[in-house]
Every structure is written in C-alpha cells, then in structure tokens.
Design a protein around this ligand. Structure first.
Ligand SMILES: [Zn+2]
Ligand SMILES: [Zn+2]
Length: 107
C-alpha cells in the first residue's frame, strides 16, 4: 500500500494521505505527534512495533502544530519534523495505514 498524495492542512491541523486504492486517511497532527513511533516516544525499542492506541487520535489536541515538515524516507515512510524540534519518528506507510482513524477502519 502506497500513498498517491500526502497533504498537511495547517488550518485544519490534519495530515491526510490518499492511497493507491482510493482510500483517504486523515489524522489530527497532535495525535500523530503523540503516536510518534520512535523508541523514545514509544517507551523503548521493544515497543516500537506496537501500534498506538486509536484513542490518541480522538483526544482533543493539546496544542497547535504550525510548521510540521514532512519529508519522504525512501519509498516506504514519512519523517515529520515537529515544531518542538522532534524528528526521530519514522512513520511507515504500513503503520500509517494500520492506524487510519476513519470510521470504516476503526469499525
Ligand atoms: Zn518520538
Ligand atoms: Zn480508513
């Protein structure tokens, strides 16, 4: 599964990915920051493979993220540099698709 487009909407505070199968995933930026998959945020290397609790995408945002910098990592992932300087998280397509918070995926 690969994206056909990746869009950051700073007004809406969301990141959206449209996938090759036509599915659209939209995450709140603050939820993605909280779901950062790096070892530091996940609580150790042994937890890096675990998917985040879907609740993190439903919680109200703790702050706004005005300048997230999204860059591709090879052909398999995104790196997001956040306003707080953190950029250790590698968000793979596989992980992102598995955490799609839309109603169909979380049903
Ligand atoms: Zn992190
Ligand atoms: Zn979905």
């Amino acid at each position: 599964m690969k994206p056909t487009s990746v869009t950051v909407d700073r007004t809406a505070q969301t990141l959206s990915i449209e996938w090759t199968d036509g599915h659209l995933s939209t995450w709140p930026l603050d939820g993605l920051r909280r779901a950062c998959p790096c070892a530091g945020c996940a609580g150790g290397h042994e937890n890096m493979g675990h998917l985040p609790d879907p609740e993190v995408f439903r919680q109200p945002a703790s702050r706004r993220w005005e300048h997230p910098e999204v860059t591709a990592v090879g052909t398999y992932a995104l790196r997001i540099k956040w306003d707080d300087g953190h950029e250790a998280g590698i968000y793979t397509w596989k992980r992102l698709r598995a955490t799609c918070p839309c109603a169909a995926c979380t049903a």
